[in-house]
Design a protein around this ligand. Structure first.
Ligand SMILES: [Fe+2]
Ligand SMILES: [Fe+2]
Length: 218
């Protein structure tokens, strides 16, 4: 398999305009900035990664229910099985991001912060669960489009973080957990790998929403 040049993939992201964000998405990003500040920090992305897997978990459960009720209908079974498979893969990947970022925080002595306390994270997680559930009940397509914008925002956030912290490429990866996520030499490549994962989530969300024309940098 051909090795991916992670640094040049980050350049591709930076050279690509962000997708168009809805009012709802803009409000969501604004609320994140109000809680965690505008600057991208490790605690802030930890907070975002805690939320990132939630829609996928909701969709997985929802499509398992469909599988139970519609087992007689081949086309529904095929579609729901596909959604379950993709949602599981994506949520596991988001959880890896969370674990890796926590390793980064520990290794570099980055202190935790007030919004990562149990109370705030519970409110945020249960609030986002309710939001993701509601949005998918109203319209699965809208839920996928909102998620695509969330992922686009994440891809650009990580890419800009890599661009702004050139030193990351001089910091070797020695941590076993991080190596299990990505077998790369430096922390710069770890963050670039996360950005690429977010790109894939974004593109797949657009495809599932019936908007393949919005896929970029495939
Ligand atoms: Fe992520
Ligand atoms: Fe993601």
């Amino acid at each position: 398999m051909e090795a991916i040049d992670l640094k040049s993939e980050v350049e591709r992201t930076l050279a690509t305009p962000r997708c168009k964000y809805s009012v709802l998405s803009k409000l969501f990003f604004l609320s994140m900035d109000l809680v965690a500040g505008r600057k991208t920090t490790v605690p802030k992305v930890i907070f975002l990664e805690m939320l990132a897997s939630i829609p996928y978990r909701k969709w997985e459960t929802r499509h398992y229910v469909r599988l139970s009720f519609a087992y007689r209908h081949k086309s529904v079974v095929e579609l729901a099985s596909h959604m379950v498979e993709w949602s599981r893969e994506a949520q596991d990947n988001e959880y890896w991001h969370l674990l890796v970022l926590n390793e980064r925080r520990k290794e570099f002595g980055i202190p935790s912060t007030w919004y990562l306390n149990a109370f705030v994270t519970h409110v945020a997680l249960y609030g986002y669960m309710a939001f993701a559930w509601f949005l998918s009940r109203v319209s699965m397509r809208q839920a996928l489009l909102f998620n695509a914008q969330f992922e686009d925002h994440a891809e650009h956030t990580y890419a800009e973080f890599v661009r702004d912290h050139e030193l990351l490429f001089q910091q070797p990866v020695t941590n076993e957990i991080v190596r299990r996520y990505a077998d790369v030499a430096t922390w710069g490549e770890v963050f670039a790998r996360i950005a690429l994962d977010e790109r894939e989530h974004r593109n797949n969300s657009f495809i599932e929403a019936g908007k393949p024309e919005l896929v970029v940098n495939k």
